[in-house]
Ligand binder design. Structure first.
Ligand SMILES: O=C(O)CC1=CCC(=O)O1
Length: 279
């Protein structure tokens, strides 16, 4: 369980909710950004492992998600990234190791491009820099399906995208919890988030990322396949790739040990604070 659930007010007046583990601990600071139509609670298994190692960990609910304000769209990954920067300001964190899964990975990249000094390290989990030329149409169709059929009708499709067959069979309670979070989404915010991903293109500028970066992906991820992670590794100087055998899209839930290890590995490469300030 997180130590607390808090809210801050963003510059446009919207409330941003966040969970925090290991409050004030000094081993490092980690900001964890969740996937589409889910919330910061998805990071709990990873956050608990980091807090056990002395990290101060925060996982927000992005705008339009979870307990954060339901601003109308359109949304952009740049807006979500600037929300994260406002959260860092609120926390008094000059920088943090920033990890994002799927949509959260796109937001983490947007933050890295817009405000590179706010990152001490970067961990990109089951994500992509670009969903490809068909993305606006594909994500538009996903939003239309949600509007016409409702999110509950999509939950079976989502569960098979999120988790491997064996893991779903072994963990029905967790699958039910994640599905419950998905189904509770505000439809307009879900559609705006789909539109955001359809338009997201973070490819330009990733060659300038200088912080230690780990990219991690499930071997069976067909939402953001291994090739998308390989592309990230080609673009980001010095980035390393871990492919998790047998796992699918939500490795933060399916393989929390591996994802926590990816964060700790990045933390071990982070320069001391005075050197980071000089960047
Ligand atoms: O495609 C999916 O269903 C999964 C997904 C895409 C973006 C995200 O955050 O989750």
């Amino acid at each position: 369980m997180p130590d607390s659930i808090s809210k801050t007010v963003l510059p446009d007046g919207l409330q941003l909710a966040y969970r925090r583990w290991g409050t004030g601990q000094a081993a490092g600071q980690a900001l964890l950004i969740h996937p589409l139509a889910l919330d910061g609670s998805l990071w709990a298994p990873v956050a608990e492992r980091l807090a056990e190692k002395g990290f101060d960990v925060v996982a927000p609910d992005c705008r339009g998600h979870g307990q954060s304000g339901k601003a109308p769209g359109p949304y952009s990954v740049q807006q979500f990234g600037s929300d994260m920067e406002a959260l860092l300001d609120h926390l008094g964190w000059e920088d943090a190791i920033v990890a994002g899964c799927s949509m959260g990975g796109c937001v983490a990249q947007a933050l890295a491009l817009a405000a590179p000094r706010r990152l001490a390290g970067l961990v990109l989990v089951d994500t992509t820099a670009w969903y490809g030329p068909e993305a606006p149409r594909n994500w538009g169709e996903r939003a239309d399906k949600a509007r016409t059929e409702g999110l509950a009708a999509m939950s079976g499709f989502q569960a098979t995208r999120w988790f491997s067959d064996a893991w779903r069979a072994a963990n029905p309670g967790i699958v039910a919890n994640v599905t419950e979070i998905f189904v509770a989404n505000d439809l307009a915010c879900y559609a705006a988030s789909c539109g955001m991903l359809g338009n997201a293109d973070l490819r330009e500028g990733l060659e300038h990322v200088t912080v230690p970066t780990n990219v991690i992906v499930g071997e069976e991820d067909y939402a953001t396949p291994v090739s998308a992670s390989e592309d990230l590794v080609r673009r980001i100087p010095g980035a390393t790739l871990a492919v998790l055998p047998g796992a699918r899209h939500l490795t933060l839930v399916e393989c929390p040990d591996a994802v926590a290890t990816a964060l700790l590995d990045v933390a071990s490469l982070v320069a001391p604070a005075p050197d980071r300030r000089r960047r």
